[in-house]
Design a protein around this ligand. Structure first.
Ligand SMILES: [Ca+2]
Ligand SMILES: [Ca+2]
Ligand SMILES: [Ca+2]
Length: 428
């Protein structure tokens, strides 16, 4: 290789590298220079393959221009150095190099664009979503079929004029995705919510909304209206205050959720303990216990029940109160719903201390059958006198004024627990 052809090769390489480097240095959110033949990406959401293709075409065109200039220069010096044999040889070498460059360039373009027009070979591996909805054009899984990972406004384009008539969930739990089938294309007509696999009415379009596990509150009954996802306890529901009407617990495998909805902020007032989806919070007895009502919830406690866990050692929740002789006694619970007192010698309205060993949740209620104001405990509290559940008016165990000999006290402000629930939970 002569010095000149080396130089030409160097310039070609530098040109290509500079073009690549200049673009690669910029973030993807650039204003792409418009160049002929290369499709200019229009948005910042350009996928990597599209970006690389653009880069490739850009480099290709840059190299093409350099080759053209090299041909021009080689041809010119060939013509003007007829009397100089050395210059003639150099010019010829230069021309040959340029022609070889052209052939290489065209070959690479033809190979990459003919065999692989979208440069799909550069697509990133991984990020494979195994979850999808599968649909068939005929009932009973016949005819054409296709997998859906996202909403599709026109199923007929792939499945034929009938659209979809059979649907299957390729997911762990159909609860992970909201599927609505529409009788017309572009999500037209009245949608039908699909929750079980099988035959479906002719669906021309299907919308999918993937969901993550957690507690969903809905502003309408039967999981209608606006949804809100909660993953952690909230002392105030802010913009969703007094809006919840139905609840869905979206569980996944061992990732199980349960919730306590509180009527007042800071986990105060009446509450409903929720272990199952609720189509209406007005259905008092449908909840695990307690009542909050529609458009009432102002705070939420979220916990992960671990109901199958056996209590080991001295684990559990002990409620300390008074027996009929006003001596301190305790009732220990590990997985219980107690609707009234006395229990294990502990008198009604006497609980003034909660001891929790291990991961448990205890919900104490003012009245029998999980009614009245409630209090949630996840760790020990040795003094309920500073908690609403420990200072109710008219409590017989308020100890405001007691006559020692007959062990009688004037009713006043004091503890008022009359029912409670205790469940093992996963650590908070
Ligand atoms: Ca409220
Ligand atoms: Ca306290
Ligand atoms: Ca009570």
């Amino acid at each position: 290789m002569t010095r000149k052809s080396k130089l030409l090769f160097f310039f070609l390489l530098t040109g290509v590298l500079l073009a690549s480097f200049a673009l690669a240095q910029k973030p993807l959110e650039i204003t792409y220079p418009t160049i002929p033949l290369a499709d200019t990406p229009m948005t910042i959401k350009t996928s990597l393959p599209a970006y690389l293709k653009y880069l490739f075409n850009f480099s290709l065109i840059g190299a093409g221009i350099l080759i053209f200039l090299a041909l021009l220069k080689g041809g010119f010096s060939y013509l003007t150095s007829a009397a100089n044999p050395e210059g003639l040889r150099d010019s010829r070498d230069q021309l040959i190099s340029a022609v070889i460059g052209t052939i290489l360039l065209l070959s690479s373009y033809i190979i990459l664009n003919t065999l692989n027009p979208t440069l799909t070979v550069l697509k990133m591996p991984g990020a494979k979503i195994a979850k999808e909805i599968h649909v068939w054009s005929d009932p009973n899984r016949g005819g054409n079929d296709m997998g859906l990972k996202v909403s599709n406004p026109d199923l007929a384009a792939t499945l034929g004029s009938n659209g979809a008539q059979y649907l299957e969930f390729i997911v762990t739990n159909p609860d992970e995705v909201d599927v609505s089938a529409y009788p017309d294309v572009n999500y037209g007509g009245s949608p039908i919510r699909i929750t079980t696999p099988g035959n479906i009415a002719l669906a021309k379009s299907i919308s999918l909304a993937w969901k993550i596990p957690g507690v969903y509150l809905y502003s309408g009954t039967s999981l209608g209206g606006e949804p809100r996802l909660y993953l952690f306890s909230q002392a105030a529901l802010t913009d969703f205050n007094d809006k919840a009407q139905s609840v869905r617990l979206l569980n996944q495998g061992s990732n199980q959720f349960a919730a306590v909805l509180h009527k007042d902020q800071n986990f105060q007032g009446e509450c409903a303990v929720i272990f199952n989806d609720q189509n209406s919070l007005a259905n008092e007895d449908a909840t695990g216990g307690g009542v909050v009502g529609n458009n009432q919830a102002s705070a939420i406690t979220i916990f992960k029940p671990d109901l199958g866990r056996a209590a080991s050692g001295g684990e559990g929740v002990t409620l300390f109160g008074k027996d009929s002789s006003r001596n301190k006694v305790g009732v220990r619970a590990t997985n219980n719903r107690i609707t009234s007192f006395p229990v294990m010698g502990v008198e009604n309205d006497s609980v003034d201390e909660v001891e929790i060993l291990g991961s448990y949740i205890a919900v104490l209620f003012e009245h029998n059958n999980f009614r009245g104001k409630c209090a949630v405990f996840t760790k020990s509290d040795d003094n309920l006198a500073d908690d609403p559940i420990g200072k109710c008016q008219g409590s017989p165990y308020g100890n405001c004024f007691c006559i020692p000999v007959i062990n009688w006290c004037v009713p006043c402000e004091g503890p008022c627990t009359s029912s409670f629930m205790v469940f093992p939970v996963k650590p908070f």
